[in-house]
Design a protein around this ligand. Structure first.
Ligand code: HEC
Length: 119
């Protein structure tokens, strides 16, 4: 009898655990993608976007590129293309092709797009 009770408790906790694992990403995914994207954008070894762009919250920004603001005028798809292969929009661009040259992974670019689209 006691064994059955323990078993029931164990099954109940496993179900609760699985439930919370399944729910966690739904409630936190957007916020965490934006904050991960911000880190990648500012990280000198990743996006290093501040080298050329002023970005709200970033320090010691360069000015080779325009300040990143009003970014909602672009769709996420357009931002993705600009970051992955800026030469498609401007063949003479000095912005590095982060996707085409595999400077950043597709996943990193997705996260950066989530952040940049909030600017
Ligand atoms: C070496 C300098 C340089 C770096 C580094 C750089 N960019 Fe750029 N970026 C530019 C320039 C210059 C432009 C202006 C358009 C052009 O010349 O292609 C631009 C344009 C853009 C635009 C379009 C802005 C607009 O208002 O039209 C976005 C968005 C953008 N960059 C995002 C990024 C992100 C995100 C990163 C980091 C992953 C980044 N850039 C890194 C130079 C850079």
């Amino acid at each position: 009898m006691r064994k059955t009770a323990n078993m029931v408790t164990t099954i109940a906790s496993v179900v609760t655990l699985l439930g919370s694992l399944a729910l966690a990403p739904v409630s936190t995914s957007v916020a965490s993608a934006i904050s991960e994207g911000k880190k990648l954008t500012f990280n000198k070894k990743k996006g290093n976007c501040l080298a050329c762009h002023q970005i709200k919250g970033g320090k010691l920004a360069g000015n080779m590129g325009p300040p990143l603001m009003g970014m909602k005028r672009f769709t996420k798809k357009q931002l993705r293309e600009q970051i992955a292969d800026p030469a498609k929009r401007n063949p003479n661009t000095s912005m590095p092709p982060f996707g085409k040259h595999k400077i950043l992974s597709d996943k990193d670019i997705d996260l950066i797009v989530e952040f940049v689209h909030t600017l």
